[in-house]
Design a protein around this ligand. Sequence first.
Ligand SMILES: [Mg+2]
Length: 390
Amino acid sequence: MSRIASIRAKVWNWTGPTVPPQSNFCTNASDVLHEHGDAMSSFRFHQWLTCEVEADTGEVGLGNAALAPPLVKHAIDQYYAPLIVGADPFDYAYLWEKMYRRTLAWGRKGVGMTAISAVDIAIWDLMGKLTGKPVFKLLGGRTKARIPVYYSKLYADTVEAMQAEAQQAVDAGYSAMKSRFGFGPKDGMAGMRENLKRVAALREVIGYERDLMLEAYMGWNLDYSRRMLPKLVPYEPRWLEEPVIADDLHGYAQLNAGPIPISGGEHECTLFGFRQLLDLEAVGVVQYDTNRVGGITAAQKINALAEAYQVPVIPHAGQAHNYHLTMANMNCPMSEYFPVHDIEIGNELFYYIFDGDPAAHDGFLDLSDDTPGLGISISDEHLEHFEIQE
Ligand SMILES: [Mg+2]
């Protein structure tokens, strides 16, 4: 039996070049604030966290998280690591419950659950390495020849720029893509017209044989959404994502009763959080993010629950931990995919920190049947552009 010998959490601060911020490239929850400042600061983050769980045999499992990395590192170092050092990593269900219950008063959501997620992902990577199996083979195995992915970028820009980007995605073979709205309640009726003009322009380019998803990143509210939805129906979106803030469960439920499926869950945590969303019929697509929701252990339970409700699960973000769950579950029809590009929002950092995350070709990607664990490792290619806090 192997035991967990040590846990190391590191914060990766990007110091390399970034794409300058543009205004109105995506609505977000800060839009409602009177003092705007950097209204996109809740959206843009240029830090990541890695979590290494080392066994006494020398094998190292690698987990990660992207929310509030300095706080998450502190939580792991001070609270979570001492709870599980010395344990058998294959007792993952018990270890998850121990981390959850010992920090329940403050750890249920947000920073605490993000820390649990990073540790749990590392434990699953470690179990894969110790057994010589890819993680998806430990979760349910291969359910698809390849994973269909949707192109996820198309931030609001000029109509011409968005059409050119959509054409590039079509040319690259994607049969589904997601765009972000740039205008919300503060922009009034004129902003509604700007939003609709862009959706129409995208449909002009991609036609109606490809899926178009639309995303508001919690930058609308219930009233605005109820006015916008009927106007969007003719453009046949596959879903409308996070129209309202994550805590407005009843708002989600009201909107999801309409003709456009509402998606959400990237800011929700644990089986209990998703039970509420599903009980209320608040979402037509579940979009947990494995490195926030409680890791692979929690995500797998949510997969089972969502399947019973016949609500598909399409995890937020690409990235190895989400792909392995998508591959292993019949109820996960596709994955999100952030195309590789310069550091702009921050989700691109994954490609700069890790080697081995699969690239999409013709709208699909695949996982190796032979690579143990999650199949990613720390890259040394961009180390000069990171300040690493150990
Ligand atoms: Mg989203």
